[in-house]
Design a protein around this ligand. Structure first.
Ligand code: TPP
Length: 285
């Protein structure tokens, strides 16, 4: 992985840890969902998505925004409702809008919106794609299937990036999802790609060809990222036993990099950036 990739992975991680700390100090109103553990997904995709592509994010979208815009100050100000907020503090953690990046906290709602966007792109801007992020739990939403049906029928340039972290809020996937995500994609004749999330470079090599096929008019794609959530669902709501969390932490992307020259160089710099962003934000109006 490149130094820039490691920097972005670390930036997202430090941002999310700082946010949980702000929560614990009572400085965040409402709720927020961190993507701790899932950072490789947006970092791998960011190099493959173009500025003119649409990206539809979900409730767990801070990493998506940071990987696309590298703007921790605008995002934190948005979440805290302070000066410099990317959407004047009106959208908050779950409703961000910047250019062709849009977030919704309504589970599943992004898929039909992305399909409609992809329809527009196929007609007026061929070569561009709409990429929507959903979790494995969101396969319980009917709107997902209506959108997949039309996306397949009309061969839309739609990429459904499924971040399969094995849990939806407090319900393990195994207790709520019959069959498989691959099987559900197959029911619509949509290709399915399984992507392990240990190494950003390896992820990109798996993704590049299939994403190009979508760009070239080959129709939609479901990508299932095998990832894991290291933090709570939102803030402190994690029913998983400590042993399971230990098992997940052992498979985290960070330990193999910890203490390497690249990590040492980037980590302190990134931590200082986030610290400064937090300090500035807290003193602003
Ligand atoms: C329509 C709708 N129903 C319920 C919720 C509350 N909710 C937010 S996230 C979530 C679980 C999502 O699970 P999953 O899709 O697996 O994504 P993850 O949180 O694991 O990233 C729920 C039930 C919501 N935001 N929207």
């Amino acid at each position: 992985m490149t130094g820039a990739d490691l920097r972005m992975l670390l930036l997202i991680r430090h941002f999310e840890l700082a946010l949980l700390d702000l929560f614990a100090r009572g400085l965040v109103h409402g709720t927020t969902h961190t993507c701790l553990g899932q950072e490789p997904v947006p970092v791998a995709l960011s190099a493959l998505l173009h500025d003119d592509d649409f990206q539809l994010s979900n409730h767990r979208g801070h990493g998506h925004y940071l990987a696309r815009f590298d703007d921790p100050a605008g995002l934190l100000a948005e979440i805290l409702g302070r000066d410099g907020a990317v959407n004047l503090g009106v959208g908050g953690s779950q409703h961000l809008k910047r250019g062709r990046f849009l977030t919704t906290g309504v589970q599943g709602a992004g898929v039909p919106v992305a399909a409609g966007t992809a329809l527009h792109l196929s007609r007026h801007e061929p070569g561009r794609i709409a990429c929507v992020h959903i979790g494995d739990g969101t396969w319980g939403e009917g709107a997902v299937y209506e959108a997949l049906n039309l996306a397949a029928l009309w061969r839309l340039p739609l990429v459904v990036a499924v971040e399969h972290n094995g849990i939806a809020q407090s319900t393990p996937t195994a207790d709520q999802l019959a069959g498989t995500i691959a099987g559900r994609a197959a029911a619509f004749g949509i290709p399915h790609l399984h992507v392990p999330c240990e190494d950003v470079t390896a992820m990109r090599s798996l993704l590049a060809g299939p994403l190009q096929r979508v760009r070239d008019g080959g129709g939609p794609l479901v990508v299932e990222f095998a990832t894991h959530r290291l933090g709570p669902h939102s803030k402190g709501d994690d029913p998983r036993p400590a042993a399971e969390l230990d098992r997940l932490r052992a498979r985290d992307w960070y330990p193999p990099h910890a203490g390497t020259p690249a990590d040492t160089e980037q980590r302190d710099r990134v931590a200082a950036v986030v610290e400064e962003v937090v300090a500035r934000c807290l003193v602003s109006a």
